[in-house]
Design a protein around this ligand. Structure first.
Ligand code: FAD
Ligand code: DLZ
Ligand code: SF4
Length: 512
């Protein structure tokens, strides 16, 4: 019986469930570069190049291992342009009796694939994606009967289950979480570790030409392009991080520095999410560095928490709450995404830098995504649908399972508090403390009102006042509302006037 085993762009792992019991003599391993997936949001050029190049390299790796591989190239004359179209075409072309695939990371695609058996008229088997450390069933049982789904408790269970950073059954060092040690502001001259860069080989070069030609209207800068394209290169990125950046990862995890987009972060999300790296090997590499005295506990625990905790947790939330989660809009926010997110002029230096780094690199680190780009979207009341589409398009590590809970839950509080216990809203003081962005800004971060005041300052209060009905009873915000109530009425009026003036400028398309 000939089985077609479809491998998606983010399923580039030898250990993929659908490869496990494959038959080298009869089965076909199939990759499809298709217009529908490359364009359902306007993905960053570098993201498309990264995935097409990694797919082509992985297909070659499988061919060299003796597999029959069919690869639908983007420009093939008979490429139908969609995954469903390619399945219909290839089932006939290759004489296929059955289709096997590992479940995708997006609800949209899963819903389509669940129709394929009826559409194709042959059995279609969808296997669980067991490259994650918590299955969707594990997460559902953890979530059952809990009033609150806080990441911290999920993370502790995962530490115990995988025996990570434990002494017996207790956390190494006596605490589960060293986050309070991980908030050092950036010294003025802080320079990050230069990321490992790979020169494009012939396969990548061909992909870069294709993307330049076919996706010229997509956002972002295509070259220079230095991402890893193979597992071997991705492993080098991991090793580079553990050796050079991990020791300082904790201290400067939340720091932001003008001209330093990469700092001490690992830059492995591209490879973890496309399957070139697996989560447990990254966690174990970090734990080994701690046990060998090569990195301190706050750094190692902080890094491991991101992968064993946050990454698994957001995936659990996604599958638990979809499809309704995509429609969540707790604050009924409906302001369109302003053109500054696509690089239009803004006098706000923090936003301008984070947007331009995003468009150049298809990357921004967590605090830039959360406390600058996300904080502004929250305070300005931007439409969750448009904000989600933006994050999904511009980051090379973005797939809906990970992007949506971070944006709808963590950044916009659009789920009403499933992921976060209060909105991550902040005034300019936070950005000023954690970065050197304010030094070169048109606005004055210490100024509270007037034309020169940092917009984050009045937008912060205006947001809280606008949403008092939804947030006023949140115990974590009680003190903040009390300090607003103690402000002089004139001060409260200035906040309202400045915010209204700023938002109307934003709406009229005037640079802010
Ligand atoms: P590091 O800082 O070195 O962290 C190590 C790893 O931990 C990351 O590679 C990632 O796999 C994991 N991780 C860290 N934080 C999170 C998190 N909140 N959720 C899930 N995994 C996490 N991450 C994505 O992989 N894809 C996305 O589309 C994405 N969208 C985001 C959108 C917003 C608004 C926010 C606030 C965060 C988002 N993140 C996303 C999480 C995080 O910003 C990125 O994982 C991280 O910046 C990737 O860079 P790094 O590999 O250098 O991470
Ligand atoms: C993001 C993406 C892009 C740009 N192109 C393709 C493609 O051509 N073929 C493919 O199999 N997958 C692609 N993807 C990833 C999918 O859109 C989707 O996000 C993931 O497969 C979900 O698991
Ligand atoms: Fe951003 Fe305000 Fe600082 Fe300017 S002053 S960089 S707008 S936080």
């Amino acid at each position: 019986m000939a089985v077609l085993r479809l491998i998606l762009a983010d399923q580039l792992s030898d250990s993929l469930a659908s490869l496990r019991d494959a038959d080298q003599q009869q089965d076909w391993l199939v990759f499809c570069e298709v217009a529908s997936e490359a364009s359902y949001v306007r993905h960053h050029k570098k993201k498309i190049a990264l995935l097409f190049s990694a797919m082509r390299h992985f297909a070659e790796h499988l061919r060299q291992q003796g597999w029959q591989v069919h690869y639908s190239y983007y420009k093939d004359a008979d490429n139908s342009g969609s995954l469903a179209g390619e399945m219909a075409r290839l089932v006939k072309l290759l004489g296929i009796d059955k289709v096997v695939l590992t479940k995708p990371g997006e609800h949209r695609l899963l819903a389509q694939m669940q129709q394929w058996q009826a559409e194709l008229g042959i059995p279609v088997e969808l296997l669980e994606d067991d490259r994650f450390l918590a299955s969707t069933d594990d997460f559902t049982s953890w979530a059952k009967d809990r009033k609150q789904l806080r990441m911290e408790y999920f993370y502790r269970e995962m530490r115990r289950r995988y025996q990570i950073l434990l002494d017996g059954d207790q956390p190494v060092g006596g605490a589960w979480n060293y986050d309070s040690d991980n908030r050092k502001p950036a010294p003025a001259d802080l320079a990050g570790v230069e990321p490992l860069k790979f020169s494009p080989d012939d396969i990548t070069r061909e992909v870069l030409d294709l993307v330049a030609e076919q996706f010229a209207d997509h956002p972002g800068t295509l070259e220079p392009f230095h991402f890893a394209a193979t597992r071997n290169q991705a492993l080098q990125v991991l090793e580079h991080f553990v050796d050079l950046s991990l020791p300082l990862f904790g201290d400067y995890q939340d720091a932001m520095v003008e001209g330093e987009p990469w700092l001490f972060h690992s830059h492995i999300s591209f490879y973890l999410n496309s399957g070139l790296l697996l989560p447990l090997e990254c966690i174990e590499a970090a734990e080994r560095a701690y046990r060998n005295g090569r990195a301190p506990l706050n750094a190692v625990e902080g890094f491991i928490r991101q992968i064993l905790g946050w990454r698994e947790y957001v995936r659990g939330i996604y599958w638990l709450k979809m499809p309704a989660y995509k429609e969540e809009n707790f604050f009924a926010a409906d302001r369109p995404l302003p053109p500054l997110y696509w690089g239009a002029e803004t006098k706000m230096n923090c936003l301008s830098l984070c947007v331009s780094e995003t468009l150049d690199n298809a990357y921004a680190h967590h605090i830039q995504r959360l406390m600058v780009l996300g904080n502004f979207a929250l305070l300005a009341g931007l439409s969750p649908e448009q904000v989600n589409d933006w994050y999904l398009a511009v980051y090379a590590d973005a797939y809906e399972w990970v992007e949506l809970p971070n944006v709808t839950g963590m950044v916009l509080f659009a789920d009403g508090g499933v992921v976060a216990s209060k909105p991550y809203a902040a005034g300019g003081a936070y950005i000023s403390r954690m970065s050197n962005y304010c030094k070169n800004c048109h606005y004055k971060v210490k100024q509270r009102d007037g034309d020169q005041a940092c917009p984050f300052n009045y937008l912060y209060w205006d947001f809280l006042v606008r949403h008092r009905e939804q947030l006023g009873k949140n115990p974590r915000l009680g003190m903040i509302y009390r300090s607003y109530d103690k402000m002089a009425v004139e001060k409260q009026q200035l906040i309202a006037t400045d915010a209204a003036g700023f938002l109307s400028k934003l709406d009229s398309g005037e640079p802010v």
